[in-house]
Design a protein around this ligand. Sequence first.
Ligand SMILES: NC(=O)c1ccc[n+]([C@@H]2O[C@H](COP(=O)([O-])OP(=O)(O)OC[C@H]3O[C@@H](n4cnc5c(N)ncnc54)[C@H](O)[C@@H]3O)[C@@H](O)[C@H]2O)c1
Length: 339
Amino acid sequence: MNRKKILVTGGAGFIGGNFVQYMVNKYYNYDIYNLDLLTYAGDLTKHHIIQNKSNYHFIKADIADSEAINILFSQEKFDFVVHFAAESHVDRSITDPEVFVRTNVLGTQVLLDAAKQAGISKFIHVSTDEVYGELEFDPTTYFSEDTPLQPSSPYSASKAASDLLVHAYNKTYGLPINITRCSNNYGPYHFPEKLIPLTISRILNGQKVPVYGDGKNIRDWLHVNDHCTAIDLVMHEGVNGEVYNVGGHNERTNLEVVKTIIKTLGKSEELIDFVEDRLGHDKRYAIDPTKLVNLGWKPTYTFDTGIAQTIQWYLDNQEWWGQIISGEYQNYFHKQYFR
Ligand SMILES: NC(=O)c1ccc[n+]([C@@H]2O[C@H](COP(=O)([O-])OP(=O)(O)OC[C@H]3O[C@@H](n4cnc5c(N)ncnc54)[C@H](O)[C@@H]3O)[C@@H](O)[C@H]2O)c1
């Protein structure tokens, strides 16, 4: 089989990091180039097991730096771009929207231009179900690929803008693309500012667990490994120009998620601290993944098996997240929750 070059942006982050490891281990005939700016969310220590493998390469660069990106694409002939790099935390987008527009919109456009000039085989844009806005608490309604984009937060608005740019490069310039829109991910190496790793790490530190509002907002959870297999499938089998929703029908209220973690760790629900609700907090997300299932995708984790595996991973890797929650993050975290 021909060797292929895959550029993965954001491969030092949570999902991109899991994807890089999955690809390096699965495809010995692919060279995986992890391009990442190493912002607060990027961390390379997670790649200690693959960093010496001959098919893994790291490039430190900013996706919004067109000069650096154009030089890279002129030096390396990439076959695929799998684009994860983004500012990804809704709370941060509410306090500092500018960097979200720069990275998520401008950065995507810079990559699309470079990919167009280079004539790559396909550009996979990793997006989110949050671009669809929110659903009511009606268990019979789901996001489909045809649901109109109605983002609520600066984060989801910047992702929706990047989705539209990707679509436009396909229509206008014929750049081969796919867009994936996944529900909330969880699993190993998740930065402890998001609900599940935040809850686990705070409980293990003997701290209170903040829950927004009444905790009744519903998210549709997917184990990160199942997201990786979905992207692998779309990369190889996805029909040019198509959008694929990714989700495993695992809807839970935030409160249910927190209570499950507390129970698994044998702690008391008195740890729960209901805090003022997030601005513009979407009520419910729920994905209809039929199109992707018809392409051949099947998730392997239920929420129950996935959350058990994830909690165990955090117990086994306290050193990793202990190092992650020091410094800048800890200051941010204190500001947000220590009242
Ligand atoms: N986390 C989820 O539940 C979820 C769900 C659906 C889709 N997504 C999407 O998946 C992608 C990855 O999400 P994540 O949770 O892994 O994010 P993350 O915040 O953990 O990682 C983002 C990575 O991008 C890098 N990065 C940021 N700005 C950059 C820049 N200007 N140039 C190069 N690298 C830069 C960071 O250093 C980090 O390594 C995002 O596009 C996000 O919108 C996330």
